[in-house]
Write a protein that binds this ligand. Structure first.
Ligand code: MG
Ligand code: FE
Length: 173
């Protein structure tokens, strides 16, 4: 495709790099959650599936960046900052960590939905239909994950609270 150096293209490139960093953060966080969950198999399975989707999303976003003439080498140190934020927010190691994980997971999926919605518009604006198409595909996966978390939230809270008050049961994860 044409390499143009318009301001709009620069913003699109920045936002693609942000999205790539976001997906790296997502993989780290989801891996951390899935490795700790013991008593909530449905949630664990859904997260496992989304880890596979997230790795593919990283590859797809990287392809968009490279096709536009950029690279992904400068984004690494954003991940550490986001992880620190995540651990503060999610209460990993807290007595209700599975509930906090689902809370943060839902918030994060909605952040991704917002990011890809903006990317689609930016890609269309500069005439990059392939990037718009890729981001539309990813957006569908983020929406599906957010919807799953929303639909399963009530049951998760009930299961957690029931386990909390049951003797000899571990509730937190
Ligand atoms: Mg994602
Ligand atoms: Fe996601």
């Amino acid at each position: 495709m044409q390499t143009d150096n318009s301001r709009a293209s620069e913003h699109l490139m920045d936002w693609l790099r942000d999205a790539h960093a976001m997906e790296e953060q997502a993989e780290t966080m989801l891996n951390s959650m899935v490795s700790r969950i013991e008593n909530y198999p449905d949630l664990r399975e859904r997260i496992r599936q989304h880890i596979d989707e997230t790795r593919e999303q990283q590859r797809l976003v990287r392809e968009c960046i490279e096709r536009r003439g950029g690279d992904t080498s400068t984004v690494k140190d954003l991940t550490g900052k986001a992880m620190a934020t995540f651990q503060g927010f999610s209460g990993v190691f807290a007595s209700d960590e599975v509930v906090k994980g689902a809370l943060f997971g839902f918030a994060f999926e909605n952040l991704e939905i917002a990011a890809y919605s903006q990317l689609i518009e930016a890609a269309k604006f500069v005439g990059d239909t392939e990037t718009a198409h890729t981001c539309t595909r990813i957006l569908q996966e983020e929406r599906a994950m957010a919807e799953w978390l929303e639909q399963n939230s009530a049951q998760l809270v009930r299961q957690f609270l029931a386990r909390t008050d049951a003797p000899d049961m571990q509730a937190k994860r």
